[in-house]
Ligand binder design. Structure first.
Ligand code: MG
Ligand code: MG
Length: 257
């Protein structure tokens, strides 16, 4: 069931989104060679709980951590561990929180120290895919318009768009209807209405879109072991400009409209 949020509910989602943005930016600032993803996970949990919120990932279907930490060819749902991160690795951090009963979900990818030109470009194009997709999250458009726009931009760069995992509606629950695939056909799928809140989250690989799940039952990685990047925000469909709830004040870059 797709839920339309009222103004009071949206205001709560704004607050959850603002907190999550601040947490993720602090994690981004802490990423450097030598730090472990376990340390980043503990930092996320502390920051979220200090703000009176709950880390939504921890315990979700048995997931053991407050962040998903996915390195290099890992796409999403990676486990935090004690291994020090190394210069040049590509780290995707996904995090979610619940504040006053309302959810936010957001992810970013960063290089540990300095990385390759190719990895930098993958991260940049994945972020562009998000903005291009978010630009389609407008009243009267359809879910397929978002996916088609994301897919075209990624494939124009020769990248693979992960199919097995999608974005999603979000609100009181982390995963609500509708599914928000990063591929699709324009004009297809659910029609977007003001008050809908969706997580748009391109997962883009340098090579194949095919993924496998590792032995822990959670971590996904690319089948061809190519690098993968992830970028996500919680987005509100409005009468006008889409509002990026997990990135207060952000606007879709002019060049990507
Ligand atoms: Mg997420
Ligand atoms: Mg999500």
């Amino acid at each position: 069931m797709i839920t339309i949020k009222n103004e009071a509910q949206i205001e709560k989602m704004r607050k959850a989104g603002a907190l999550l943005h601040s947490v993720l930016e602090q994690l981004r600032g802490a990423v450097r060679p030598g730090i472990s993803t376990k340390e980043l996970d503990e930092m996320a949990e502390t920051l979220i709980r200090q703000a009176g919120a709950i880390p939504s990932f921890k315990g979700y279907a048995g997931f053991p951590y407050s962040i998903c930490a996915s390195v290099d060819d890992q796409v999403v749902h990676g486990f935090a561990n004690n291994e020090p991160l190394r210069e040049g690795q590509l780290l995707s951090i996904d995090c979610g929180c619940i504040l006053d009963g309302w959810q936010s979900d957001s992810a970013l990818s960063v290089l540990v120290g300095n990385g390759s030109k190719e990895a930098k470009k993958l991260i940049k194009v994945t972020e562009e895919c998000f903005w291009i997709g978010a630009n389609m999250a407008r009243k009267g458009n359809r879910i397929g318009d978002i996916g088609a726009a994301v897919q075209k931009h990624a494939e124009d760069h020769g990248y693979g768009v992960i199919r097995d995992l999608t974005g999603h509606g979000i609100g009181r629950e982390m995963h609500e209807d509708p599914a928000v695939p990063n591929y699709g056909r324009p004009g297809r799928g659910v029609r977007l209405e003001p008050g809908m809140t969706i997580a748009i989250e391109p997962m883009i690989a340098m090579g194949t879109w095919k993924i496998i799940t590792e032995a822990d039952g959670w971590t996904t990685r690319t089948q061809d072991r190519s690098l993968a990047s992830h970028y996500e925000h919680t987005v509100l469909v409005t009468d006008g400009e889409p509002e990026i709830l997990s990135f207060p004040g952000a606007r879709i870059p002019e060049a990507l409209r």
